[in-house]
Design a protein around this ligand. Structure first.
Ligand code: AMP
Ligand code: MG
Length: 501
């Protein structure tokens, strides 16, 4: 039986784009988790595989017929510094699949052994980062954020050497594209305009076919990627998500969240929060994400310059015009999304928009000053009625108690209610609209850590499975699962997360 039908497009780009590499077999693969729903969406007939066969497949010990395993070339700006050669050092592309709906997806094993691009690395992944990526990427998908998906996770039965020996794991990822901004930079830095064009044509065909109709398809491609990044980062901000390493090699041209290394969701709201242990200067702090998005897109535009116009001056002008739209697109999405989080219906009236913006910013300011939990603040707000004559009343208590000084919430809530009074909408309708965008559960760092600890220390995956299950329905409160809503106790706070190596 051939469980996966590959339609290998990337390999046809030619040799400058990759190095063919097979996954290195592992000693004793064991299936942790297989994403049946995703497999069905992709039209894979792997659902009947028994767990041994699945473990063999998703560890790379068995290569499915039709796969042409390869490591992709890419470069990237890491913390602002250009590295002309990165590439898949611990990931291997198996090929593309056409889903049941006719969309193209790429399948990759991560942690599958050394490649041409491994440099000093071992090409392997520790189990912890594999579990983290599985949990967070699937939670993101269920929250409606564009993301790579997790198809399977396996243990390898082999240790990997990090600061100490850790159990190894492999994750099978699915993406609309694994091409990064850094992939374009790789060819641009080598002055290989032909390769840049080939890559651009490939991305247009696979991800932005409408761009092919434009006068200049490459300008339309740049515009599409700018738009998709602006929308993506606005979504991150609305959920309190911090990516952690927004290097250009970790930014997908398909506008999906990719490379879940030192990422985290914030608990208490803190505008300048940084989790990553390697981000000492806070380049990728929560508050910087939108502007870093533009910085990264500027690197993309530079790589595409020769395709944007015949001569360099007009090309720069075209690039600048496109990049200029980023801020407005981002701000529009951020404002509209945050209005919805607060149950405020959007309006085209500039004055009203400014009023809402101020109301929103004031809420974030008092959340920061009062250590209010990001997710719980919006969750509890989603349950409040618009009418309430007595601030600080019982019905407000869950929400106001999140604030060190509840009176600051009361004052803000009075203004919020006044604003709600200007729109005609029942409480039920407004609350439903708010609940649809304000998650009850997010993959909180201390919960992820607990799942990793149990798996690594005691070979117990039940904590992982239970957390994963809850995150399948992030917008619905589930009986007996209140502990997953809670921020960490003082002793449980995870201060830093580490790169997924
Ligand atoms: P990251 O910061 O995790 O996105 O990785 C940056 C670069 O380092 C990429 O080229 C990775 O393929 C490479 N890399 C990270 N970890 C390893 C590893 N354990 N072995 C080989 N290459 C790695
Ligand atoms: Mg990466």
């Amino acid at each position: 039986m051939n469980p996966i039908h590959f339609d290998n497009r990337y390999v046809n780009l030619g040799k400058t784009f990759y190095v063919k590499t097979s996954p290195s077999p592992v000693a004793d693969p064991g299936l942790i988790k297989f994403n049946k729903d995703l497999a069905e969406m992709l039209g894979l007939s792997v659902t009947e595989l028994d767990s041994n066969d699945a473990a063999a497949l998703f560890s790379g010990n068995v290569i499915p017929d039709g796969a042409v395993p390869l490591a992709m070339a890419y470069a990237g700006h890491q913390f602002g510094h250009f590295n002309p050669q990165l590439g898949d050092g611990r990931a291997i592309l198996l090929g593309e699949i056409i889903s049941a709906d006719g969309d193209s997806f790429s399948m990759q094993l991560k942690g599958s052994g050394r490649t041409f691009y491994s440099r000093d690395g071992d090409g392997r992944a520790a189990l912890g980062p594999v579990l983290r990526e599985y949990l967070v990427s699937e939670a993101m998908a269920k929250m409606g954020v564009p993301t790579t998906r997790a198809l399977a996770a396996v243990t390898t039965g082999e240790p990997v050497a990090r600061e100490r020996l850790l159990p190894g794991g492999i994750i099978t990822r699915i993406a609309r594209s694994f091409i990064r901004i850094g992939t374009f930079e790789y060819y641009s830095a080598r002055g290989d305009v032909q390769a840049v064009q080939k890559l651009a044509d490939f991305v247009i065909e696979g991800n932005y076919p409408q761009a092919a109709e434009a006068d200049n398809p490459y300008v339309a491609l740049l515009q599409s990627i700018v738009d998709s990044q602006a929308v993506l980062i606005a979504k991150w901000m609305q959920l309190g998500f911090i990516h952690g390493v927004m290097n250009t090699d970790n930014m997908s041209v398909a506008g999906e969240t990719i490379d879940y290394g030192p990422c985290a969701f914030m608990d208490a709201y803190d505008h300048d929060q940084v989790f990553s242990s390697i981000d000492r200067r806070g380049r990728y702090a929560y508050s910087n994400q939108a502007s870093i998005g533009l910085w990264n897109l500027t690197r993309l535009a530079e790589s595409l310059l020769p395709l944007l116009a015949e001569n360099s001056d007009p090309a720069v002008e075209v690039a600048q015009d496109v990049l200029k739209t980023y801020v407005e697109t981002y701000q529009n999405h951020w404002l509209a999304g945050t209005q919805t989080k607060l149950g405020l219906t959007a309006s085209s009236d500039k004055e009203k928009q400014e009023g809402d913006k101020a109301l929103i910013e004031d809420l974030f300011n008092i959340m920061a000053a009062n250590n209010a939990d990001f997710t719980l603040t919006f969750f509890h707000l989603s349950r409040l009625p618009a009418e309430n004559d007595a601030p600080s009343s019982v019905c407000d208590s869950d929400c106001r108690n999140l604030f060190d000084e509840p009176a600051q919430f009361d004052e803000w809530a009075t203004r919020w209610r006044k604003r709600l009074g200007q729109q005609v909408q029942s409480n039920e309708d407004r609350q439903a609209m708010m609940r649809a965008v304000n998650p009850v559960y997010i993959p909180r760092n201390h919960q992820i850590e607990a799942a990793i600890r149990a798996a690594e220390d005691d070979n117990d995956f039940s904590v992982f499975h239970d957390l994963h299950e809850v995150l399948q329905k992030p917008y619905r409160q589930q009986e007996g699962k209140d502990r997953y809503m809670q921020p960490p106790e003082a002793g449980e706070v995870v201060m830093q997360t580490f790169c997924g190596t």
